[in-house]
Design a protein around this ligand. Structure first.
Ligand code: C5P
Length: 206
């Protein structure tokens, strides 16, 4: 069983993916972390984010079990990740890792931007989780402020919109809803309501 969850930044897909994986006792991979890990390594080495050969080399040595979300969740790393994510050769390398993860028993929940379209086109269930940019910016600002990071609603909203455009307009594997994905708009939902809605969709499909 494979559950594919795609959507823009701060749509709630990450939290949903984790809860769904717990609920159905499946493995979970936040594929955004793979792009973040590569971006963070390039930044740490002082390499340009467009250096595809080095990015691919980093991806080849990536250990999914060792990616540390607490280190990689910084806002600047997300921004850098969306820059390396336009590199087609890098994506091929990361998609290979992600597919191998999805193939392991007992099955998995993967969340990202291209899971239903590229990584797991035959997923058992596909969800496309979205929310209005203003709602996403509000959540992300609160989350960042909760971690003591410096964040203003206006700048977070602007960053999110810029990232949406970059992620949706790139030529390789752009962010888009797969034709057979169920749309879940969480603008007016808290996480509990969104989780129940997702479980309803999944149980109906199984
Ligand atoms: O989901 P997260 O914010 O961690 O993703 C960081 C960036 O990585 C995204 O903005 C996107 O550009 C890229 N990404 C991607 N494909 C995925 C997951 C993330 O292109 N499957």
């Amino acid at each position: 069983m494979i559950i594919a969850i795609d959507g823009p930044a701060a749509s709630g897909k990450g939290t949903l993916a984790r809860r769904i994986a717990d609920h159905y006792k499946l493995n979970h991979l936040d594929t955004g972390l793979t792009y973040r890990a590569v971006a963070a390594a390039l930044l740490a080495q002082g390499m340009p984010l467009g250096d595809e050969a080095i990015a691919i080399e980093v991806a080849r040595h990536l250990d999914l079990a060792k990616m540390d979300k607490s280190v990689l969740s910084a806002h600047e790393i997300g921004e850098a990740a969306s820059r390396v994510a336009v590199l087609g050769g890098l994506r091929e390398e990361l998609v290979r890792l992600q597919k191998a993860f999805a193939a392991k028993a007992p099955g998995a929940v993967l969340d990202g931007r291209d899971i239903g379209t590229v990584v797991c086109p035959d997923a058992t269930v596909k969800l496309f989780v979205t929310a209005a940019p203003e709602a996403r910016a509000k959540r992300r600002t609160a989350e960042m402020q909760g971690k003591g990071e410096d964040a203003s609603y206006a700048s977070v909203l602007e960053d999110l919109k810029r990232r949406d455009v970059r992620d949706s307009s790139r030529s390789v594997a752009p962010l888009k809803q797969a034709a057979d994905a169920h749309l879940l708009d969480t603008t007016e939902m808290d996480i509990e309501t969104a989780f129940q809605a997702a479980v309803d969709i999944i149980d109906r499909t199984l």
